[in-house]
Design a protein around this ligand. Structure first.
Ligand code: SF4
Length: 348
């Protein structure tokens, strides 16, 4: 399935009832566009996109605040501006992000009426103690109820989770994921907690009351989470925040990496290669087989995976054949007899 072409409109902190500990939406965008400027923005974006090939679904997305926590009147004033584009077929649908405790039945009926297809909710954790420490102002049961009610109304549901919040652990994160898997949203996004300038968390960090995850700790947690989602066939839409100029300017500390998803994929491939070599020692020049699109995942950034495997197993060389008949995410190791042993980590 092709991912939609998203035209993002950022409404920093609009509708927010309090300031969550980790958040500073100014790190994403600084100005709040008025409803009237939305139409102009969509026109300009469509002009930019019209030259691109493909038939991807086009969605206008309202991100960066708590859309459904605004007054119904304000919500409608933004949604109305998209209606001419929906009627003419130049835009297919609308998506928005919001809080799980701001989705009453009247709101859901309004979103349906105005062509909203996808609702992404900031769940962050399914552990109440983590939510309290993060000053979220809602509980895990609000999130569970929101997911179920959104599904009941026929919306596509996205869930945002975070790792490394105050009071969180890798085990808590995996327990949160288990609950989310049971609730079956349509996709999940996972963001490591970053210390952003201007977010309340910055002060805790400066006082030594909060330590962010290291990049390696984040990768280890994300690796476990990603395998869990793969096993449950629950799509992972994104890992980590989009690298932007604003984010770079506001980033103070934390496990940020512009290619975090790829680092996690590489860590999984490293583990698979290690398992294969440990269980099937086969000389000092092993031959791996993978899909062409997994080649860089197997090698790792700057060939780091290959170097670590060479050191660990005292290999003089590693050969890799890539072939499109190998499944994405699978890794093969050729035996002396020419047979290929396949490791499929998430199907263990
Ligand atoms: S995390 Fe969401 S609800 Fe909390 S302050 Fe940021 S935009 Fe508002």
């Amino acid at each position: 399935m092709m991912t939609p072409l998203i035209l993002p409109i950022f409404l920093p902190h609009l509708g927010c009832r309090q300031h969550c500990l980790f958040c500073n939406q100014k790190a994403t965008a600084t100005e709040v566009p008025s409803p009237q400027s939305v139409r102009e923005f969509i026109e300009a974006s469509l002009r930019h996109f019209s030259s691109r090939p493909g038939e991807r679904e086009r969605q206008v997305a309202f991100y960066g605040g708590s859309f459904t926590a605004m007054s119904l009147e304000d919500q409608v004033s933004y949604l109305k501006e998209v209606q001419p584009f929906l009627s003419s077929g130049r835009i297919d649908s609308i998506r928005l992000s919001t809080r799980p405790d701001a989705l009453n039945e009247e709101t859901l009926a309004t979103l349906k009426k105005y062509g909203v297809k996808t609702v992404e909710i900031g769940v962050q954790s399914m552990l109440d103690e983590v939510l309290i420490l993060s000053k979220r102002g809602h509980g895990a049961n609000d999130s569970a109820s929101a997911i179920l009610r959104l599904k009941h109304w026929g919306f596509e549901v996205g869930v945002h989770l975070m790792i490394g919040l105050p009071g969180d652990t890798c085990d808590y994160f995996l327990r949160s994921l288990d609950r989310i898997v049971d609730l079956r949203p349509d996709f999940v996004r996972i963001h490591p907690t970053l210390v952003l300038r201007g977010a309340p968390l910055e002060e805790l960090w400066r006082n030594g009351e909060y330590s962010p995850l290291s990049l390696d700790e984040a990768i280890q947690s994300l690796k476990k989470g990603m395998l869990k989602l793969e096993k449950a066939s629950l799509p992972l839409a994104r890992i980590g925040l989009q690298p932007t100029k604003e984010l770079e300017e506001h980033l103070v500390a934390g496990p940020f990496h512009p290619a975090l998803h790829q680092l996690v994929d590489s860590a999984i491939f490293h583990d698979m290669a290690e398992d294969l070599l440990r269980n099937h020692p086969n000389g000092s020049k092993p031959v791996f087989v993978c899909h062409p699109k997994d080649l860089s995942n197997l090698k790792g950034q700057r060939n780091e995976n290959l170097q670590r495997l060479k050191n660990r197993f005292k290999l003089s060389d590693i050969f890799i054949f890539s072939h499109k008949d190998v499944g994405r995410g699978d890794l093969g190791l050729q035996t002396k007899e020419g047979e290929v042993l396949i490791e499929r980590k998430w199907l263990d």
